[in-house]
Design a protein around this ligand. Sequence first.
Ligand code: ATP
Ligand code: MG
Length: 216
Amino acid sequence: MTIRIALSKGRIFEETAPLLKAAGIVVAEDPEVSRKLIIPTNRGDVSVIIVRASDVPTYVQYGAADLGVAGKDVLLEHGGTGLYQPLDLDIAKCRMMVAVPERFDYESAVRRGARLRVATKYLNTAREHFAAKGVHVDLIKLYGSMELAPLVGLADAIVDLVSSGNTLRANQLKAVEEIMPISARLIVNQAALKLKRGEIQPVIDAFRKAALREPA
Ligand code: ATP
Ligand code: MG
């Protein structure tokens, strides 16, 4: 039986490739260069498919891929239905943050009970965060470049991923609250795990060893 692994280009692919290699799987082409969406590996029975980061859980949920690697940010928005999440790979790390313009007094707006307009790609995460704080928000769904929204009057605040903070600084924004730390997880289709355990379990075990940096 063959197994298919869903990955996204960029940091997820770059940081997963060494884990795959530790599992004896070498991806034959670089997805940044190749236009191929199905990439073979050194193992005839394993291929990698390249999809948008937010589409990885969908491919795995429906069994179009047996395994995948997705950020916790993406999994929280997807909901995780039908997915077994055996491992935090501790890669692609960043933080989910609330950010506002440098001159905006977020604490006092919250204390006053002001209603905030918040732009984000992460509606579920943002909704839960502000509900738990008892802050009233109008959420505005965006698909990218959230940092722009407060600069042009679309929103008072954003909820976004932050790693270095350079993008925030370059746009005169400041992080005011951490919602949660984020890292990427291995996800597995539950039915595939039962039907192809002989093929999939060794890959999970090798990922676990590599992610924990244990000797193989
Ligand atoms: P797309 O670029 O396809 O719109 P995306 O921006 O979510 O989607 P990437 O930028 O490749 O895709 O990010 C993939 C994952 O990497 C994110 O889901 C997140 O878990 C993680 N990540 C780590 N650091 C950052 C960061 N600074 N900004 C965004 N994502 C990050
Ligand atoms: Mg991106």
